[in-house]
Each structure stands twice: as C-alpha cells, then as structure tokens.
Design a protein around this ligand. Structure first.
Ligand code: NAP
Length: 396
C-alpha cells in the first residue's frame, strides 16, 4: 500500500482524518501551507501533539509537504514532486474554503474550491495518482426540496450561496476526469463537534450562531430577569423553527470516511454523510437559550423591516445576515450507499443533550482552540534520501 496524499489536514475534519487514517495504519502525506506564525511542519507537529494529549497515547507522524492548492504543481518543490510520484498512489482532497460570501470568481470560495481542485486534479494526472477521494458537501443539493439521491448532482437547482455552487463545480471537475481508476465522493452534512467529548477546532454555522448570542449577551443592553435569565426577544431568526438541519458529529464523519478509504471494495461511489434524523432550527435555538440562560428568541419567516428595528435588533440582524441562507429547510438525503457500506456505523443522533455539550465545550474554550507551541525547526518533510537536486519537474 502506498501513501495517501491529503489536503486540508489542518482543518476541523482534516485533523480527525489524520488521526483516524493513521490509526488504520494508512501511510499519510499531508499538503499544508504556512500560517502567519508557523511553518507547515510546525503546524502539523503541534496539532499531532494536541491529539497525543487528548488521546493520551503517542501517534505516528505524517510526511509534511509544503504547498498550496491554489498554485500550479500545488507549490511543491521538484524533490517533493519526485517523492509523491514514487510513493503516493491515492489522494484525499479535503481542502476547501467555507466562505459563504464572495466578491467574485477570482476570490474565495471559487479560488480554492474550483481553481484549487483543478490544480489538484492536474497534479494527480501528472503524478499518476489513480485513486481519488473527494470531500464535497451534502449542500451541493442547493435549494432542492424532496429526496436527493447520492448519484445526483446538477439537476438545475438554485443555490443559497456561492459556497454550495463552487462545491458543485468542483465535483463536476472531478467527475469529468477519465484518468482515475476510482473516484469516491463524500458529502457530509453540517459538521459539528465530537459526539463524545464535544470538542471542536472551528466555529462555523451552529457555533457561529451560538457565539453571536454569547457575545451580544455580554455586550448589549442587558434584559436581566430576577431569575437570572436574559430576555433576548430582539434575536429574530428568518425561520419558523421547523426547518430541518443535517448536523453530523466530526468524529463520525471521519470514522466513516476512514473506514471507506481503508476498504477498496467501497471505493467508486458517492456517500451522503448525513444523519437519519436531522435536528430542527427550534432545537438548535432551544439549546442556545438553555446553555446561555436566555429566553425569547423569535422566529419570523418574513424578512424584517430594518428601519423599524431597535438598536439591539439591528445589531443582531447585521451579525446574522451572512447566515440567512443557513436557516432554510434541508431536503431529504438518500442514504442507500452509506447504509449499505457501513451498516454497523450509523451516525450518532445529535439530540439536545449532545448539542448542549458541544455548546458548553465551545463556550468553556471561549470559541478559541490553541495547539501547543512547538519548536520552529521540527522536520516532518520528505525523508533525506530523496533530497537530490536533479529531479524531473514534470514526471509524465
Ligand atoms: N464544516 C462543515 O460543516 C462541512 C460540511 C460539509 C462539507 N465540508 C467539507 O469538508 C472539508 C473540510 O472542511 P472543514 O470543516 O474541515 O474546513 P476547515 O476547518 O475550514 O478546513 C479547511 C482546510 O482546507 C485548507 N485549505 C483551504 N484552502 C487551502 C489552500 N488554498 N491550500 C491548501 N490548503 C487549503 C485549510 O488550510 P489552512 O489551515 O491553511 O487554512 C484547512 O486545512 C471541505 O471540503 C468542506 O467543503 C465541511
């Protein structure tokens, strides 16, 4: 078995995938870009140290390749390209921009999700990588209603935001490649924290809502009642409370993907990684109210007239606007392939207690996860013996 090259290993899902794939003895190489403060090697070393602390055991390390999917050849050096050609036989493309807003086709999320995927595919062709695993999203369904099958993609649907549309284009690019032996598509629902520990490393969607409520509760005019609760009737959501949202715990998404990747007989299909029972927008708001000791969140499916709002209402409205599309009712996701592949690994049911635990963990960490600091000179790159200067840049 060769190495699996993975993108997006420093993100929420990617971190779990690094842990779970290595637990299955999968040899891993991870493409990482530098952050403002850390080299790719230090970033990976520090997240692996976080895992070792959380799991209380030592873990192996992946090979780290410095690169960026938005650059031709993924920004890899000739030495690194040579190493990939000689060692990697499959790719897990997980990196993406999760931006819901865009200033145009040259900006995010198009840049990483479409142009980046194009670069990744061209690189795989050149490097003769033949098995491709692609992380898409259940929200390629856009504004569809009714049943969405795992083998459907573009049925002329509209989209709630550029992110959804960019992920459809990315899937189309992968599906148009004829040089892969197998292409496997993973379409998770909305990824939330760990079903057991409540741990998360990023704070999108449900957490963003929670964080807005948490921040505003502290900064706005307090409407504190004698029982200690705060009245937040100025929190008005463009929803009626019945909308279904497909929240999935990150540990399950990662375990399901790692199990499928490790079993060749399960490759070549599209998998909806969504729960059997979605949560409602009302349940999400109930949890936010419970953990923050609030009451009074209003559901109002009719767009509000901003000119008649109080200052508190306006502040909440402006913070929430980017998430407007997030409140729409989800379609029903067909689970045929995932149920047949993993009959004994159903998605854990995200109920009120599980969601409240995730919320409390996020609040306790003040919506801010920090990995330990590590030495800047840590080296997890390609092994020394392949560091030869005369490497063919274009291997084909
Ligand atoms: N989160 C969800 O609710 C959700 C739901 C459905 C599907 N998905 C899909 O799941 C995948 C992982 O999402 P996530 O939630 O883990 O996202 P995330 O936490 O935001 O992580 C995104 C990852 O992609 C990397 N990345 C982005 N642009 C890159 C570039 N130009 N070059 C190299 N790396 C780049 C990021 O690297 P940096 O650390 O350097 O920024 C990070 O490792 C994505 O494909 C996403 O579309 C996510």
């Amino acid at each position: 078995m060769g190495y699996l090259l993975i993108t997006g290993g420093t993100g929420l899902l990617g971190r779990y995938l690094l842990r779970d794939l290595m637990d299955r003895q999968q040899k891993l190489a991870v493409l990482v870009r530098p952050s403002r403060r850390q080299s790719p090697h230090a970033r990976v070393e520090s997240l692996m140290q976080s895992w070792e602390k959380i799991c209380d055991r030592s873990l192996p390390r992946p090979i780290v390749l410095t690169g960026d999917i938005c650059t031709p050849d993924l920004g890899l050096s000739p030495t690194e390209i040579k190493w990939v050609v000689e060692n990697c036989d499959s790719m897990l493309h997980n990196a993406a921009s999760l931006s819901f807003v865009s200033t145009g086709r040259d900006a995010e999320p198009w840049r990483s999700n479409v142009d980046g995927t194009k670069n990744v595919l061209e690189f795989c062709d050149q490097a003769r990588i033949r098995n491709f695993h692609h992380v898409s999203t259940a929200y390629v369904a856009g504004c569809r209603t009714g049943l969405c099958k795992e083998d459907e993609l573009d049925v002329g649907q509209e989209f709630a935001n550029p992110y959804e549309e960019s992920k459809v284009e990315a899937e189309k690019l992968v599906r148009s490649c004829s040089f892969f032996d197998t292409t496997t598509f993973f379409r998770p629902g909305i990824i939330v924290g760990d079903s057991e520990s409540g741990l998360t490393f990023t704070y999108h969607n449900f957490y963003a809502m929670l964080q807005i409520a948490w921040t505003l509760k502290q900064s706005l005019t307090a409407h504190l009642e004698p029982d200690g609760r705060t009245n937040v009737s100025y929190f008005r959501l463009l929803a009626d409370g019945t909308e279904r949202k497909n929240l999935v715990p990150v540990d399950w998404v990662s375990e399901a993907m790692a199990t499928i990747i490790a079993d060749e007989s399960l490759h070549g299909k599209t998998y909806h990684l969504t729960p059997r029972t979605p949560v409602t927008t009302k349940l999400m708001c109930d949890v936010i109210q419970e953990v923050l000791n609030l009451y009074g969140i209003q559901f109002d499916p009719v767009p509000a007239d901003v000119s008649t709002m109080s200052d508190d209402e306006k502040l909440f409205y402006h913070h929430m606007q980017v998430y407007e599309s997030y409140w729409k009712d989800d379609p029903e996701y067909d689970l045929t392939n995932i149920t047949a592949a993993l009959p004994n690994l159903p998605c854990p049911h995200v109920d009120s207690a599980m969601l409240a635990n995730m919320a409390r963990v996020a609040i306790a960490g003040r919506f801010n996860w920090r990995d330990p600091r590590v030495a800047a000179d840590v080296n997890l790159g390609v092994p020394e013996e392949v560091n030869q200067p005369n490497v063919v840049k274009n291997p084909s």
